[in-house]
Design a protein around this ligand. Structure first.
Ligand SMILES: *[C@@H]1O[C@H](CO)[C@@H](O)[C@H](O)[C@H]1NC(C)=O
Ligand SMILES: *[C@@H]1O[C@H](CO)[C@@H](O)[C@H](O)[C@H]1NC(C)=O
Ligand SMILES: *[C@@H]1O[C@H](CO)[C@@H](O)[C@H](O)[C@H]1NC(C)=O
Ligand SMILES: *[C@@H]1O[C@H](CO)[C@@H](O)[C@H](O)[C@H]1NC(C)=O
Ligand SMILES: *[C@@H]1O[C@H](CO)[C@@H](O)[C@H](O)[C@H]1NC(C)=O
Ligand SMILES: *[C@@H]1O[C@H](CO)[C@@H](O)[C@H](O)[C@H]1NC(C)=O
Length: 397
């Protein structure tokens, strides 16, 4: 990418996500409980509140102000506090009644820390055990040490949201481990060490890594293709011009942070680091119950793993290389969900409003909004930018 284009490009790097209807506002709920005010403040500061509001089934293990002050006395940076608190957010529903009805009296359940990419093995799971005398103990599943106990149910909305007061911070060395400052993360070495070695090599050899690295601090989501997917793609890649090689790689980056729960609760169009003026280089995020898929006009790839998910950087692994329609022809046999397409994927194909009409969106309710947004971008004016940013703000809530 030309440095002179950087300013223009950064203005055009927009993400259009259909705002998810959040079920509740944890900040607002906890406001009514002053004994959790510090906990509430840190849910906001660590951006976990946002994550929580995007989940539909959740148990928050709330820490009162004295438990929080013992955590804060350790002087952790915010990103470590985020890891610790994310261990206290369980992605399942446990009301007071269910706690006492656990099969065999003990279970382990996943927390948000598990999806952060910082939790090795089962460090991101929480052990809940119904003990003698009606006592319920909690602890990180990897230690076998139940150091915190059920105090009371704060709020129950079966089977979506439960807030449980527990006696103290779950004692987890993994959650408290130092994590590098995100802006200091070396993206290429991170990709190499976590299973995207081939993709990382391509970033380095084309120089595309520089654009990725520069975008981390302001928020970045990277979709890296698995080694086998990259190997299978190499013959096609080698055929591209240098500029188009870079474009394909930049197509795997989105210039905002999107956590897994945000991806799971949003279907819609995303622009990428390759988006530049009329060259849309966008794709569609689509969810079914369990998996998140990314659809270009040419290929549908599935997220198979999380390498990092920690504001401002998220890195996910895909089972396929993302092929932009700007450079590749849609396959002759369209995949079931996509609409039939006759248009040739030339560099200009994306410009006309006609091509917006057949953008395939599974969620029909979002269709209108998305077409509007796409039209605005074609307009290219300041108004379009402002309105589009509004969508971004809404999506971020
Ligand atoms: C509760 O969760 C279910 C699925 O688990 C979802 O369908 C429903 O919309 C949720 N309700 C609210 C109020 O979020
Ligand atoms: C949640 O509630 C807080 C406090 O009432 C408010 O500041 C915030 O804007 C709300 N967030 C959303 C997404 O409505
Ligand atoms: C939870 O921890 C207790 C105490 O260490 C242990 O006995 C129990 O087996 C653990 N439960 C599970 C499901 O691992
Ligand atoms: C990342 O690490 C690689 C090798 O470890 C090194 O060559 C490269 O210069 C580093 N990049 C940055 C941006 O520090
Ligand atoms: C590479 O380009 C050549 C010449 O245009 C073409 O014959 C060949 O099929 C292409 N290979 C791939 C893998 O696309
Ligand atoms: C990229 O590929 C397209 C179509 O194959 C071609 O028209 C265009 O010139 C290429 N762009 C660059 C920068 O190489």
């Amino acid at each position: 990418m030309q440095p002179s284009m950087a300013a223009v490009v950064s203005l055009l790097l927009l993400v259009l996500l259909v705002p998810a209807t959040t079920a509740f506002n944890i900040t607002k709920i906890l406001k009514g409980h002053p004994e959790f005010s510090t906990f509430n403040q840190y849910l906001t500061e660590t951006h976990l509140a946002n994550e929580i509001n995007h989940l539909q089934t959740i148990t928050v293990l709330a820490l009162d102000n004295s438990a929080m002050s013992s955590l804060l006395s350790k002087g952790f940076p915010t990103r470590v506090i985020r890891n610790v608190l994310s261990l206290h957010v369980l992605v399942d529903y446990y009301g007071a009644k269910k706690l006492h009805q656990i099969t065999d009296g003990t279970t382990t359940t996943a927390s948000l820390f598990q999806s952060s990419g910082d939790a090795d093995g089962d460090a991101g799971y929480v052990n809940i055990t119904d003990m003698h005398g009606g006592k319920v103990g909690f602890g990180p599943a990897n230690t076998g040490d139940l150091n915190s106990f059920f105090v009371k149910a704060v709020l129950e909305k079966p089977y979506n949201l439960s807030i449980i007061h527990i006696s103290q911070v779950l004692d987890s060395a993994e959650a408290e481990a130092p994590t590098p400052e995100p802006s200091k993360v070396n993206l290429t070495s991170l990709l190499s060490s976590k299973g995207c070695k081939e993709f990382s090599h391509l970033l380095t050899s084309t120089g595309a890594q520089k654009t990725f690295q520069e975008n981390i601090e302001s928020g970045l989501t990277v979709f890296c293709a698995s080694d086998s997917a990259v190997k299978a793609f190499m013959p096609k890649f080698k055929n591209l011009t240098a500029g188009n090689k870079t474009a394909v790689l930049l197509y795997h980056g989105v210039p905002v942070y999107s956590s897994m729960s945000m991806l799971k609760s949003s279907n819609g169009l995303m622009n990428t680091l390759a988006t530049e003026g009329p060259n849309k280089y966008d794709f569609t995020i689509q969810n079914d119950d369990e998996s998140v898929t990314i659809k270009t006009k040419v290929v549908t790839a599935k997220i198979t793993g999380t390498l990092v998910d920690e504001d401002p950087l998220a890195v996910y692994k895909l089972d396929k290389v993302l092929l932009p329609r700007e450079l590749f022809k849609p396959s002759a046999t369209p995949e079931p969900a996509s609409s039939p397409e006759a248009e040739a994927p030339g560099p200009d194909a994306a410009d006309g409003p006609a091509s917006d009409e057949d953008d395939d969106v599974a969620d029909s309710t979002s269709h209108k909004k998305k077409n509007n947004a796409a039209g605005l971008i074609n307009g290219g004016g300041i108004l379009a930018l402002g309105l589009t940013l509004c969508y971004c703000v809404l999506a971020a809530l």
